[in-house]
Design a binder for this molecule. Structure first.
Ligand SMILES: *Cc1c(COP(=O)(O)O)cnc(C)c1O
Length: 232
């Protein structure tokens, strides 16, 4: 099977899962944006995805994303940055990213805002909320208690458009419970910023739970592209 056919098959399977999950939740698949996570996969896969109608791709490492976006600059795709971000890289991410899902602390806001203003267009931002139990190791994301203050910072920042929230279900935890918590936080954020309607939740293993709890953006890697190549 060619790589094109492999990816076409993965995509069809994921779109079918989304359709079934939407039907079960009484939602329309039109409410869902599929972001295909291409981290560790080559630019040639992004090209095949674009041929297959994918318009949104996600990356989680800055250096890899810069290079891939440059190789794919002729393609009509939106780049979503979904990974942990160092504050000294925040401005640089805006050179290619259209959306940053992983804004998890106020320290990132200055760089993102400066970069977006230099680029001369609004950058869509999501507040990444931690869904891990308090004190869990390696947690990423803003503590739920700190979300209102971060939202306020983003509302004030030039060049940034707060679009909503993002969350990753805890390893080994119940994704349904985690996404229910995220949905409640998303509602609070909408009360503060009515335009913040996006909920980025759900990966290959838990997209059904995410759709059930109101996700608008799914970040799907391996279910479309296969197991990630091993990195050295
Ligand atoms: C890698 C990654 C994904 C995609 O994971 P899969 O299980 O391959 O679908 C989604 N979200 C984030 C933040 C990721 O880093």
């Amino acid at each position: 099977m060619t790589r094109h056919d492999e990816i076409a098959q993965g995509l069809a399977a994921v779109r079918e899962r989304i359709d079934v999950a939407c039907a079960a939740a009484d939602r329309s698949p039109d409410e869902i944006t599929l972001v295909v996570v291409t981290k560790f996969f080559p630019a040639s896969d992004v090209r095949l995805l674009a041929d297959l109608g994918v318009r949104d791709v996600g990356e989680n490492r800055h250096q890899e994303a810069v290079e891939k976006a440059a190789e794919c600059s002729d393609l009509d795709v939106r780049w979503h940055f979904i990974g942990g971000l160092q504050s000294n890289k925040a401005a640089a991410v805006t050179t290619y990213a259209d959306v940053v899902h992983s804004v998890d602390r106020a320290k990132l806001v200055g760089g993102l805002s400066r970069g977006a203003q230099e680029r001369g267009r609004l950058l869509d931002c999501l507040v990444q909320v931690s869904l891990d139990p308090p004190g869990a190791e390696g947690r990423s994301g803003c503590d739920p208690d700190d979300v209102p203050a971060l939202v306020a910072r983003l509302q004030e920042a030039e060049g940034l458009q707060l679009r909503g929230v993002m969350g990753v279900a805890p390893l080994g935890g119940d994704p349904g419970e985690a996404f229910e918590k995220l949905a409640a936080i998303a509602a609070d954020v909408r009360a503060q910023e009515p335009g913040a309607t996006w909920v980025s939740a759900g990966m290959s293993g838990d997209l059904e739970d995410a759709v059930r709890h109101g996700a608008t953006h799914l970040r799907i890697g391996s279910a479309v592209l296969g197991p990630r190549p091993v990195v050295k």
